[in-house]
Design a protein around this ligand. Structure first.
Ligand SMILES: CC(C)(COP(=O)(O)OP(=O)(O)OC[C@H]1O[C@@H](n2cnc3c(N)ncnc32)[C@H](O)[C@@H]1OP(=O)(O)O)[C@@H](O)C(=O)NCCC(=O)NCCS
Length: 219
C-alpha cells in the first residue's frame, strides 16, 4: 500500500472536507463556473482575440486553440479531470451589464473573461492555481478576484496543505496576482522555457493556510 502522498487518487475526504470543489463560486465582480461544453464557443472566440496576449506565456496559445473543436476537446478533458478529482477548471464570467467583448456567444451570467484552474499535485499535498484573462479585459482585478476566491476552496480539498501559483520571473502581470493576495514567494527555480516570453526562472508563490492570503488579500 503506497503512502498517502503517493496514492494516485485523492484520499477520502475528512468530515467537513468536500472531495470536489463547488461548481459555482462567487468571486466579487465575477462568477466562477465549472467549464461546460456550452462555454467552448466563447473560449475559442476569446483565445482568437487574445492570441498575441497569450502566446508569450501559454504554450497552448496557437491558432488551433482558437478553433471550436479544439476547445470542445479541452472541455471534455477538463470533465475527465474534474471527475477524477485531479483538476478543476472554471470559466470566469464578469457580471457586467452591456459588456461587449470579443465573444459573440451570450452567457446568462455575463461576459466571458478567462479561465482559472485548480490542479492537484497529490504527491506533495499541493494545489496549483493557473489562469488567463481575455486581452481586452485585463487590469480589472479579475485574475486577482478569481484566485482570491479559489484559494480557500483549494485549501478545503482533502489532503491539501498549500496552494501555489507558478509563473516565470519575466511574467510581471502574473506575478502581480499572488503578490497582491499576500502569497509568499517561496523560491525561484530554473525551468525549461515552455513559451516564448519566458526567461527560464520560475517563481513559486505559496499560500499555506487560511491566513491573510486566503482570506483577505490587499485589494
Ligand atoms: C496574468 C493575467 C492573468 C493577469 O490578469 P488580470 O485580470 O489583468 O490581473 P489583475 O487585474 O488581477 O492584476 C493584478 C495585479 O497584477 C499586476 N499586473 C497585472 N497586469 C499587469 C501588467 N500588464 N503589467 C504590470 N503589472 C500587471 C498589477 O500589480 C495588478 O494590480 P493593479 O492593477 O492593482 O496594479 C493576464 O495578464 C493574462 O492573462 N496574461 C496572459 C496569460 C498568463 O500569463 N497567464 C499566467 C501564466 S503563469
Amino acid at each position: 500500500m503506497p503512502a498517502a502522498a503517493e496514492r494516485p487518487f485523492p484520499s477520502a475526504p475528512l468530515p467537513g472536507q468536500p472531495a470536489s470543489p463547488p461548481e459555482r463560486v462567487a468571486a466579487g465582480p465575477l462568477v466562477l463556473r465549472r467549464v461546460h461544453a456550452d462555454d467552448a464557443g466563447a473560449i475559442a472566440a476569446a483565445v482568437r482575440a487574445s492570441l498575441d496576449h497569450l502566446r508569450p506565456w501559454m504554450p497552448w496559445a496557437t491558432p488551433d486553440a482558437a478553433d471550436l473543436r479544439s476547445q470542445l476537446v479541452r472541455v471534455a478533458e477538463a470533465d475527465e479531470l474534474w471527475e477524477s478529482g485531479t483538476g478543476f477548471i472554471y470559466v470566469m464570467v464578469a457580471r457586467e451589464n452591456g459588456a461587449s467583448g470579443p465573444c459573440a456567444v451570450r452567457d446568462p451570467d455575463g461576459q466571458f473573461a478567462g479561465t482559472i484552474g485548480l490542479h492537484r499535485r497529490l504527491a506533495d499535498a499541493a494545489v496549483e492555481i493557473g489562469y488567463w484573462t481575455v486581452a481586452a479585459m485585463t487590469r480589472r482585478g479579475y485574475a486577482t478576484a478569481a484566485a482570491q476566491a479559489l484559494t480557500p476552496v483549494a485549501l478545503a480539498l482533502p489532503g491539501t496543505r498549500r496552494v501555489e501559483i507558478h509563473c516565470d520571473e519575466a511574467n510581471t502581470a502574473s506575478a502581480g496576482v499572488p503578490r497582491k493576495l499576500g502569497y509568499r514567494l517561496d523560491r525561484v527555480e530554473a525551468h525549461e522555457r515552455e513559451a516564448p516570453g519566458e526567461q527560464g526562472r520560475r517563481m513559486i508563490w505559496v499560500a499555506d493556510g487560511p491566513g491573510p492570503a486566503a482570506l483577505g488579500g490587499t485589494r
